[in-house]
Design a protein around this ligand. Structure first.
Ligand code: FAD
Length: 476
């Protein structure tokens, strides 16, 4: 419980309109895009780094657990306050502080929505490359925490490849800057360490991001298949021929029908799978690659190959792809999105495994994913009102991820471990490796107060510590 005196101190920092504590308001902060839930006791909305420092200092004085929150679109329970306590929402730290086109970078607050960076610079023919499908809502702070990816990370890389510097508020109240405008700084790569640390080591209060120039030419292609296996095999074949599109996304037949009914983007209703492929670069080079890819797709038994003829047609195809989760919501009241990685050559067997899991549990599982990266996103449809359905969905997800590990892949490509996959970490890593991961967490948060109960499996993490009453001497 947050003591009354601590709560008053926090309200003094953020002001009367800078917090929420009524039960009905807190309900809106008890979940994210995943399936887990837990209410915070208080949500505060700081507007500056100085306010975040004061909040952290008060939380330390009264031993209050803390969790940061961006837009709450996370899919692994990262922003769920497992131990209750204080939620720090960065929604009001949402300003683009500086755009420096000459040096191709921008300085932004953590609550800036991902797409807003591109919107701010696209008139000058620049863009911010990492483009999660949630980019109209998710924040840069959340992207840094989760090391978010997106369709275009095949060519451009994930968030860590586009973050040049960070300002961080540490749990002792200090403000640390790491990285910066310079392309290389001496010392350890702390930006790399904090990017992807899932909000468990420090609060991000400022981000310096890389901006990129828009390419001269863009082409969006759609290859249509009567067999998901042929579609999966095409992905490995494109790489084998040393062609690197900027995006290779796959949608299976179940997903295609849901997306087309919702968006009328022009996807075929009767196909078993499609590849949505994007090429960028110099005009002649792109034209040449279109023909190379056409050849690969047709040789892998695509039944049709289309090239979007206009920017509108291209936008419509991407609208269908990026609004796919909304399309699923029209069909099923509940769904569970998984996020695993397999080597590209294992996409076809992975899809076959997912089909068998779907049959075993009697649940529809549709697939829409970043095929070029082997980053699977099976979407498991279930009905939470039916007893046992959620458990079946979770077991299905676990069995798919176990396959990914066995295939030499990973339990997460971009959504993070959070609380959803922490037990699977013990399958992904051996004990020594888990201890090494834990040692970084404990370096920055020895009392386990920042986002406790995440990432590390039970018995090796913070959950046990937070469940005991805390004393100053409580450390691992
Ligand atoms: C429809 C949909 C599509 C999606 N598509 C993609 C996709 O293509 N690629 C992808 O990678 N993800 C995707 N996601 C997942 C999600 O959008 C990303 O993980 C995103 O980065 C989360 O950002 P957020 O602002 O919503 O963060 P939240 O969900 O609010 O928080 C996520 C984590 O970040 C921490 N955090 C937030 N702000 C800070 C801060 N300032 N300092 C420290 N920690 C902080 C939180 O504590 C939490 O651990 C999708 C989600 C949805 C719902």
């Amino acid at each position: 419980m947050i003591a009354v005196v601590a709560k008053q101190d926090l309200i003094d920092v953020v002001g009367a309109k800078g917090y929420l504590d009524r039960a009905e308001d807190l309900t809106l902060y008890e979940y994210d895009g995943g399936v887990d839930k837990h209410k915070p006791e208080l949500v505060v909305f700081p507007q500056s780094t100085a306010e975040v420092v004061q909040i952290v200092n008060i939380a330390r004085e009264y031993t209050i657990p803390l969790v940061g929150r961006g837009a709450g679109t996370g899919l692994s329970g990262g922003a769920i306050p497992r131990s209750g306590g204080l939620m720090v929402s960065f929604a009001r730290m949402n300003r683009i502080l500086e755009v420096d086109l000459a040096n191709e970078r921008a300085v932004v607050q953590p609550g800036v929505v991902n797409l807003d960076i591109t919107l701010a610079v696209q008139g000058d023919k620049y863009f911010y490359a990492p483009d999660p499908s949630s980019q109209r809502a998710c924040t840069i702070g959340g992207n840094v925490a989760e090391n978010a990816g997106g369709p275009h990370t095949l060519a451009y890389g994930v968030t860590t490849n586009h973050v040049l510097g960070l300002e961080l508020v540490m749990l002792d109240g200090s403000v640390v800057t790491t990285g910066g405008n310079e392309s290389e700084l001496p010392g350890y790569d702390l930006v790399g360490l904090f990017t992807g640390s899932e909000g468990t080591m420090a609060f991000v209060t400022k981000v310096i991001v890389r901006l990129m120039r828009q390419p001269e030419a863009v082409k969006t292609l759609l290859a249509i298949y009567d067999s998901a296996v042929d579609c999966g095999n095409t992905v490995a074949e494109i790489t084998a021929r040393a062609i690197t599109p900027v995006a290779v996304e796959m949608l299976d037949g179940v997903m295609l029908r849901m997306v087309e009914e919702a968006t009328h983007a022009g996807f075929p209703m009767d196909a078993e799978a499609v590849l949505l492929i994007e090429l960028e670069g110099l005009t002649e080079q792109v034209e040449e690659q279109v023909e190379q890819i056409r050849e690969v797709c047709l040789s892998c038994r695509a039944r049709e190959f289309r090239v979007a003829r206009s920017a509108e047609e291209r936008d419509l195809l991407w609208k269908g792809r990026k609004n796919a989760f909304g399309a699923v919501g029209r069909v099923s009241p509940f769904y569970y999105v998984q996020d695993g990685v397999v080597p590209r050559t294992k996409i076809a067997p992975a899809l076959e495994h997912i089909r068998k899991v779907s049959e075993k549990y009697g649940l529809t599982i549709s697939n829409i994913f970043h095929a070029g990266d082997g980053n699977l996103h099976p979407i498991i449809l279930f009905d939470q009102r039916k007893p046992g359905d959620l458990e079946k969905a979770q077991k299905s997800g676990d069995e798919i991820l176990q396959f990914c590990i066995a295939a030499g892949g990973s339990i997460t490509g971009e959504h993070g471990v959070g609380m959803e996959k922490m037990e699977l970490m013990a399958h992904q890593f051996d004990g020594d490796s888990l201890d090494a991961i834990k040692s970084f967490k404990m370096l920055f948060d020895p009392e386990c107060r920042l986002n406790p109960g995440k990432v590390l499996p039970t018995g090796r993490g913070c959950l046990e510590i937070r469940q005991k009453p805390l004393t100053p001497a409580t450390t691992l």
